[in-house]
Structures are given as C-alpha cells and as structure tokens.
Design a binder for this molecule. Sequence first.
Ligand SMILES: *Cc1c(COP(=O)(O)O)cnc(C)c1O
Length: 370
Amino acid sequence: MPRPIQATIDLPALQHNLARCRAAAPDARLWAVVKANAYGHGIERVYDALRGTDGFALLDLAEAQRLRQLGWRGPILLLEGVFEPRDLELCSRLSLWHAVHCEAQIDWLAAHKTQAPHRVFLKMNTGMNRLGFTPQRYRSAWARLSALPQVDEISHMAHFANADVEGGLAAPLQLFHTATHDLPGERSLSNSAALLRHGDQAPVRCDWVRAGIALYGSAPDHPAHRSAHWDLQPTMTLATRLLATQQLQAGDSVGYGARFTASAPMLIGIAACGYADGYPRHADNGTPVLVDGVRTRLVGRVSMDMLSVDLTPLLEAGLAPGLGSEVTLWGRAGNGTVLPIDDVAEGAGTVGYELMCAVAPRVPVVVDAI
Ligand SMILES: *Cc1c(COP(=O)(O)O)cnc(C)c1O
C-alpha cells in the first residue's frame, strides 16, 4: 500500500473562485495566472475549471505550449516576455502575447521576421524594481515599439508591490497615469490583492485584471483578510493519516532537537507527512492541523516523512483518534471543516503561494471533477 498522503485538487472550488474574481471587476477581462504549473496545482488538472477565463498568463514557454496542446485558442500572455530572440518564433507560431520589459526585448523584436505582428504588453516599473521601464523611459520605449512592423497592438501594464496594504496603490497609480494617460492601448494593473480590494474602483479598474492566488483560494492580503472574508474556497487539500500515537508523560519531548516538551500527560499522533512532501520544516509548534476535522496543532519539529500533532482537542471532544485517523495539513477535511492554507503559512513564516507551489512530486494528486 502506498503512503496515505494525497493532494486533492477541487475543480468546483476553482470555478467558484474564478467567478468571485470576475464579480470583483465585472467589466474587465481576466487573465487567469497559471505560472508555476498553476501555482503547484498542475495546468492540465485546472484547465477544465478555468477555461471560462478570457486568457491565461504565465512565464514559461513550455507551459504556454501545454495550454495550446490542451486546445486553448484564446489569448496567452507571457508575463516576463521572451528570454532570448528565438523565443519570438514560438510566440509567432503559437500566437502568444508577450510583455516587453527592457530594451533588449525591443531589439530582438526589431530583428524578428514574422508574418503576423505581435500583440505586446509594455511593462512599466512603478517601484517594484524588478522588471519594466521606468516612467521616464517608458514613452520612448513605447515610441520605439510603435514604429516596428513586427508589433501590432501595444497594451500597458504594471505590477503593484504593495497591493495588499492600505494606501499601497496611490504612488504607482500616479506614476502609471502620468506616463500613459494620453497613449492609446489597453491597460492591465491588478493582481489578486488589487482586484479584490479595489477592483470596482477607478483607476484600478482596467481592461484586464490578472488573478493568481485568489483563484487558488488563498487570501491575497492575509492576515488583513481571510479567505472566508473574500468568499474564496480552498482548491488544494493536502491530507494524510496517522501512522501511530504516543502517550507522553510530563517532561517527555517530541522529535528531533526535542523542540516540544509536554508539560502534562498528553496523547500525540504521528502523521505520514514531512518536509519531503513539501510541508514546511520551519513550521512552528502550534501551526494548525485538522485531525478527523478537528482543529489542533503541530508539536515538535517536522521531519522528512513525519510530523507530530497534539490529540488533546479530539479527546476533549469525546473522539477516539488513532491509527488511520484523517489528518488535513491544509484544505478541506472529510467533515467539511476548512483549514485555510494561509493559517498554515503563517505558522511557518511564509505565504500560501509558497506552500501550494512546494508540494513534492512524490505526493499523489487526485482531482475532484466538476
Ligand atoms: C504572479 C503575477 C500575478 C498574479 O499575482 P497574484 O498575487 O497571485 O494574484 C499578476 N501579475 C504578474 C506580473 C505576476 O507575475
């Protein structure tokens, strides 16, 4: 028998979250962001649930190719543009739209031979300082692009560094508006946080919104808001079972480094999940876990294949946890109780994004179909 660990991808939940994102900006078209293999969910697995989108946005040309193989004929946007000149051939062949964030990408386009001019999204750096033209250089980049026969329509895009905090949009919006207000072309600004928090407000409301993490049921502005506040449903459940229980006495400790010591007699459970499955090793004592749908906590250090949980809350509820009891690391338990991935991420000092992307290849994945 294989180890009892399993990840479940919930397609109806993805559809629900897609509808939530649409409702937050009903007039905009929506890019479903599926980079990093759909945030760890698997592009092929989520495709049926997300095909109601207007387009898919990602970074990797191989992933774009997979979407075309699945039959997607609509828009695909490469958020970082091309990485070398010959990538443009694939863009022409698969009609991929691509970001243009630096002069070299314009040089490559100028030298590219194509029958079909490309649709590009010119990217402005409004303070994130990763990719894009500064507001000062943006208009000359636009002028250069506009003069190229290889380029069809030019849209404008920027990416917020602080969309999840109050007041995080004012400065970048001002820069963007000043540099682009009189230029033709569609606009795309919002990630999930900007979409959910301000999607219905001008000037955040744009032609295209780019929804990533919200599709996957994690609150983009946790802990200011929780996924339930935004009515998002978990799309990934990581679950396993108890392999053993241990009765501890006061003073007994648990696991490597004895990072947890019992202050009174207590029953703990040993679950078949460890950091080699993608569960974060740095998750702290107290990180929430569900056992048979009852919320309890991690105790002791996470090891490669196992972790330990406090069974006290189950005993207090009159339950009898033991070998084979269901353990939900995040997502939805069999009894319907939800453990938001954001709560687990918080216990591990990270974000839901990282946890969902990090589920290891050794974990079998099943899909709850539509
Ligand atoms: C990843 C990404 C997004 C989506 O961000 P979320 O926070 O997951 O919604 C949007 N735009 C760009 C450019 C990205 O790289």
